[in-house]
Design a protein around this ligand. Structure first.
Ligand code: MBD
Ligand code: FE
Length: 294
């Protein structure tokens, strides 16, 4: 009897992982449609330059490494599977976005950014300056109070700044991407008070494995890699007149801080949690510093 229960649970977890890719693709396409489709704004000369360079880089690898037809066909089959599994957002965000982010944020003097990943949604519930994130009554995890201030690079506290947080549940699932979770589970928006302060009540996230049952998992297994990201909190912080920052924060001691599959950890993004004085969970402080808009 116990066996039967365990088996169905595993099947459910696998099914959830498979569905995340399809949802991530659909959500990305909706977002692109709502901004009028970005590809049309890149001019011909730039597309010519970049596409030529990408194609040449691939051809150079084939020649230099004497890629066989067997390897070429394995690649073709795998690329088709990335699409049918809906894992292009996952693949690109795990293995390429970190370089795009490095270029995009090189000019910033304020807080460090890092990649967004495939699971952001705009419009999460507003919770005042110090509210509790939406979660289930029996949500597993350690309580976490995350307090801080939003400031400009010149030190001015920014009131009415928006602090958006999203993170996975204890099993590594993001609401609206994995099925069976309340719509806005573990997603919320805080608005800073007159002193630029906010106080988030949530749970400490668990280490996270990217879905292993799709094309990305197949590549990871075939190459002998691992699928782990360290435990992380995703943020977008913004205020009128300042550049929005997309970032993530991490916890010291996580076994995957030094080998994040998504290469998105930076030393500046490490938190310093301490035990809460009441013995219930952890307290963390972190301030966000925004660059003025150019
Ligand atoms: C995630 O949760 C994530 O943050 C990234 C970057 C990629 C896949 C899943
Ligand atoms: Fe994530």
């Amino acid at each position: 009897m116990t066996n039967t229960v365990d088996t169905s649970f595993d099947a459910e977890v696998t099914a959830k992982a498979a569905e995340s890719g399809a949802n991530a693709s659909a959500r990305f396409q909706e977002r692109m449609a709502s901004v009028g489709g970005r590809s049309g704004v890149i001019d011909t000369a730039r597309v010519d330059y970049l596409a030529t360079k990408v194609v040449k880089a691939l051809n150079d690898i084939v020649i230099e490494d004497k890629v066989s037809y067997e390897e070429y066909n394995a690649l073709k089959a795998w690329l088709i599977k990335v699409g049918t599994d809906g894992e292009w957002p996952l693949f690109l965000d795990v293995w390429l976005e970190h370089s795009v982010e490095e270029v995009a944020n090189a000019h910033r003097e304020g807080s460090k950014g890092t990649i967004e990943g495939p699971y952001y949604l705009s419009g999460s519930p507003e919770l005042g300056w110090n509210g509790t994130i939406p979660m289930r009554d029996d949500e597993p995890g350690t309580p976490m109070v995350f307090a801080g201030q939003v400031r400009a690079v010149d030190g001015t506290p920014l009131s009415d700044a928006k602090v958006e947080l999203w993170h996975a549940d204890d099993l590594g699932f993001y609401s609206q991407f994995a099925p069976g979770l309340p719509e806005w589970n573990l997603r919320g928006t805080w608005i800073t008070n007159a002193d630029g302060r906010f106080e988030i009540h949530s749970l400490r996230p668990a280490p996270y494995q990217i879905p292993t049952d799709g094309a990305c998992g197949q590549l990871i297994a075939a190459a002998g890699w691992h699928a782990w990201r360290p435990a992380h909190l995703h943020f977008k912080v913004s205020a009128p007149g300042y550049e929005l920052i997309t970032t993530q924060l991490y916890f010291p001691g996580d076994p995957h801080n030094d080998d994040d599959i998504a290469s998105a950890v930076k030393p500046e993004l490490m938190l310093d949690p301490r035990d809460a004085p009441n013995g219930e969970g952890v307290l963390v402080d972190y301030d966000f510093v925004l660059d003025p808009e150019a």
